[in-house]
Ligand binder design. Structure first.
Ligand SMILES: Nc1ncnc2c1ncn2[C@@H]1O[C@H](COP(=O)(O)OP(=O)(O)OP(=O)(O)O)[C@@H](O)[C@H]1O
Ligand SMILES: NC(=O)c1ccc[n+]([C@@H]2O[C@H](COP(=O)(O)O)[C@@H](O)[C@H]2O)c1
Length: 185
């Protein structure tokens, strides 16, 4: 039995992530899905809570009827890269192999002696979280970039409305500051 690990922010869970999960399901029987930056929500860069992202992933994986058992584990950021892999391991079931296309994540796992697999990006010109969020903000078609079950969760929580509202308070435009700021700033 082998168990894999795949981490992302999944803001939101899109068809590129889903294609990765489908590919990983061909390799392993169980998959731990790390919900990265779990402490972040209600900003333009990270609009959805860890729980909402878990709903998107759980429902999308279930709808796809993949031959795999998944565990979604929220992982808060730890601003110390050198010990981040230990932090991840402390929160998760044990895993044999990690999957990532993020160069920093790949490096950190390899330096910890963990096998890492990367794959080519799927339609990266559109399958990118920032593109999906931008389309949500602008009223463009984002649904075609997201599994139907994940789009239904976005609808259920009025995710587009939230993103637009926190976006309208993002006065400095850096995408991270959707929360209420000190008005004197
Ligand atoms: N289109 C894609 N094809 C394959 N892997 C992808 C794709 N998009 C993201 N990934 C990978 O999924 C993991 C999680 O990515 P992440 O949640 O940051 O998504 P993202 O689309 O890069 O988001 P953002 O634009 O919000 O930073 C990373 O390893 C990332 O490289
Ligand atoms: N030191 C740290 O806290 C650290 C290091 C590497 C990745 N991460 C997190 O892991 C996730 C990686 O996901 P992406 O591949 O989506 O960038 C992100 O949530 C990122 O913040 C955190």
């Amino acid at each position: 039995m082998s168990r894999g690990f795949y981490i992302g922010r999944f803001q939101p869970y899109h068809a590129g992530h889903h294609a990765m999960v489908e590919r990983i399901a061909e390799d392993v029987e169980e998959l731990v899905l790390g919900i990265g930056s779990a402490d972040q929500s209600h900003t333009v860069h990270d609009p959805f809570t860890a729980g909402e992202r878990i709903m998107m992933i759980t429902k999308a994986v279930s709808a796809a009827d993949l031959d795999i058992i998944t565990y979604a584990v929220p992982i808060e950021d730890l601003n110390r890269n050198a010990v981040w892999v230990s932090h991840v391991q402390s929160m998760c079931p044990e895993f044999d192999v990690a999957y990532s296309n993020n160069p920093l994540v790949v490096r950190l796992f390899e330096e910890s002696g963990i096998e890492v697999h990367s794959s080519p990006m799927f339609r990266r010109e559109v399958l990118e979280g920032s593109e999906v969020r931008e389309r949500m903000m602008n009223g463009d078609d984002w649904r075609s970039l997201v599994p139907d079950a994940a789009a239904a969760v976005v609808d259920e929580i009025d995710g587009v409305g939230r993103l637009r509202q926190v976006g309208s308070s993002d006065s400095n435009g850096n995408g991270h500051e959707g929360y209420a700021e000190d008005p004197s700033d």
